[in-house]
Ligand binder design. Sequence first.
Ligand code: TTP
Ligand code: MG
Length: 418
Amino acid sequence: MGMARGDRIILHVDMNAFFAAVEQQANPALRGKPVLVYGNPDRRGVIATASYEARKYGVRAGMSTWEARQRCPHGIYIEGNPAKYIDVSLRLLVIYRSFTPLVEPFSIDEAFLDVTGCTGLFGEPAGIARAIKALMREETGLTCSIGIAPNKLLAKMASSLQKPDGLVSLWAEDVPQVLWPLPVGKLYGVGEKTEQHLVAMGITTIGDLAAAPIPLLRARFGVVGEALRNMARGIASSPVDPQSALTVKSMGHEITLPEDSDNPEYLRRIILQLADQVARRLRADHYQGKTVTLKIRYHDFRTITRARTVQTYLDLAEDLYRLGWELFSEHWTPWQKIRLVGLTVSNLTNTAHLYQPTLFDPRERLKVLTAAVDGIRDKYGEGAVTRARLLLGPPPAKGVPPGKEAPPGGANNCRERR
Ligand code: TTP
Ligand code: MG
């Protein structure tokens, strides 16, 4: 197989039908049945995930619950319980960390593991992946798809190639044969908008993107163009970063207005209130930021986000408000009723020093939890998070089962073979 010396070995683990699978484990009567988990509380109209049994009926995440019921009337419909999924997510992290300390939680049901230093104990990378799957099944009853590759990008692509319960290796020399025939939208990082632009340029497959002339891409996408082309060639270098989820990248807040409004004075007060809330959070955690992003959602759900970056780091309500209001004045279409306004600060700096997290330190558990919750918010809607935070309370004071202590520090400590 195609491993060169000096390559890293990265695993990407993605849980299968995560929310539905957790529900099926909690209630054996649901196993083998079409289970559909819908959002809560203001996303109850949308399917969050469908078990593989339900997917046979053409039900997909993001579909309206109404449409799902037409397609799969005999399905079992369950309201999602974010707190439960976060708890399982944390248990999974403990499992991964028993193999390697280099674990980067990526979303509520995904993580990257750097197992380069673990092959001495487990032999080939696929052996490590199988050991992880076995331990996961034993301790949680859940299955996952694992991608093995020399970098995070290819590992992520690889895990998506076989579902459920997949195990796929993707080395650099497999890229032309395996990735290049796929539609360009399948490349991780190519969103719907970028895909539309690429297709309009005649770039329809990942291979087309890999072969596209750099000047052409640069003219259309700027510096991002070359990055896209590298990704299509399977080139990516960011390391697995165990601190990543703990590093706050932005802080923001948004408000759904009690009633849609086009009253500038009222909207100005909302932005002031948002600026105040966000500034307080920044200061409480000793953050300052250089970029302010304003989000406006109109009554018809059209949503725009506009950002402005300044030279100095800010953490005062007045500054955030000034920039927020500038953006608002420039980009609001007057007389268009607004449903939601959001204000986010990014490009952050923080003086508080970072330290090695261990999931057994209650403080760290709480931080990981917060990161996981933010991940849910991205996928699951703002309301769910507020709920989850209320539900969660302080982290449970669970003892660590014997033999499950975190491995001692150091980059290459791996789990003993069981
Ligand atoms: P995914 O990993 O995208 O999906 P999945 O785990 O359900 O299924 P697969 O086997 O294809 O990986 O998302 C993880 C969880 O995130 C999912 O179980 C539910 C939640 N989620 C939402 O709440 N809304 C969404 O639109 C999506 C895509 C996921
Ligand atoms: Mg998943």
